[in-house]
Design a protein around this ligand. Structure first.
Ligand code: NDP
Length: 272
């Protein structure tokens, strides 16, 4: 007897270049689960109708990407703690009472940290940027008990408000680019979207310890400018492809109760 097809999709705008369909098909092949995963273009206003149509055609699980992660929250009957903390969902699962919402971005980053041997516990962490992705990672990151997290952002107010929102979970503060963040940071997380325009946030090597490492949430061409800066300053850097695959592996587990291996999928994507 053949197993039923698991019908999944990613919704976003733009979504045509998303790697998610390929990643989830590879997960399905790896675990012998028949997965149909499509990319569905949707703006904020269309999401309720598009999601209802997807459900009507047998869809049982979805990813939401830019600009739908906050809108999706309102369409859920239940949400998990990371989604509540981030005020955003990236994963939906159909349950008897409607869509349940999850945010696997932060846990996905930590899965990649584990793979790379980066342990945030007791570390001084500098995060550049204070957008939606940072909101998604702060809860799970602070749960690993870093010594401190300092956010700097082009719009100072956004970093200050985000730090304030998460201050009950650990030692965290936020400021603008013009501030001096201090020194001896062990881990630099680059989370701005500046690289999409070949731009680089203002950074100083002096802020970081000699043994520091950097992690860019971006991958592909959007990571090139920051990667060059790291190279010029002798700073080892990892890109965000592992986070993408990590958050996807956790979403796949939510839908199928099976956690796929990240390594073969990362290897396949590296040869893309
Ligand atoms: P947002 O639009 O919510 O935030 C963008 C952030 O980048 C803000 O902090 C913004 O600052 C800053 N920024 C944009 N342009 C510049 C610039 N020229 N100079 C300095 N700062 C700038 O985006 P997200 O937080 O959702 O995503 C951030 C990046 O992370 C994206 O490139 C995205 O592709 C990537 N990402 C990767 C994931 C993965 O799985 N690997 C998951 C999620 C995101 P300001 O507040 O001043 O506007």
């Amino acid at each position: 007897m053949s197993t039923p097809i698991v019908r999944l999709a990613v919704f976003g705008q733009p979504v045509a270049h998303s790697l998610s369909p390929r990643i989830h098909r590879l997960f399905g092949e790896q675990l012998g689960i028949d997965v149909e995963y499509s990319a569905i273009e949707s703006g904020v206003d269309e999401l309720p109708d598009r999601l209802a149509a997807f459900r009507g055609s047998g869809g049982t699980g979805a990813n939401l990407t830019v600009p739908l992660k906050q809108t999706g929250l309102k369409l859920c009957t239940r949400i998990d703690r990371p989604a509540r903390q981030a005020h955003a969902v990236n994963t939906l699962r159909l349950a008897d009472d409607g869509w349940h919402g999850y945010n696997t971005d932060g846990a996905g980053l930590l899965l990649d940290f584990d793979r790379l041997g980066i342990d945030p516990a007791g570390r001084r962490i500098l995060i550049v940027g204070a957008g939606g992705a940072v909101a998604g990672i702060l809860g799970p990151l602070l749960a690993r008990e870093p010594a401190c997290v300092h956010l700097i952002n082009r719009t100072a107010d956004r970093a200050e408000r985000l730090a304030e929102k998460f201050s009950h979970l650990g030692t965290i503060d936020g400021a603008g680019f013009e501030s001096d963040p201090g020194s001896d940071f062990d881990l630099l997380i680059q989370s701005t979207s500046a690289g999409h325009a070949d731009a680089l946030p203002p950074l100083e090597r002096d802020w970081l310890a000699d043994s520091a490492v950097a992690y860019d949430l971006n991958y592909g061409p959007a990571q090139a400018t920051f990667s060059r800066w790291c190279g010029a300053h002798g700073l080892p850097v990892h890109d965000g492809l592992g986070m993408l695959v990590g958050q996807a592996a956790l979403a796949f587990e939510i839908w199928t109760s099976r956690r796929p291996e990240m390594a073969p999928v990362l290897a396949a994507l590296a040869g893309r």
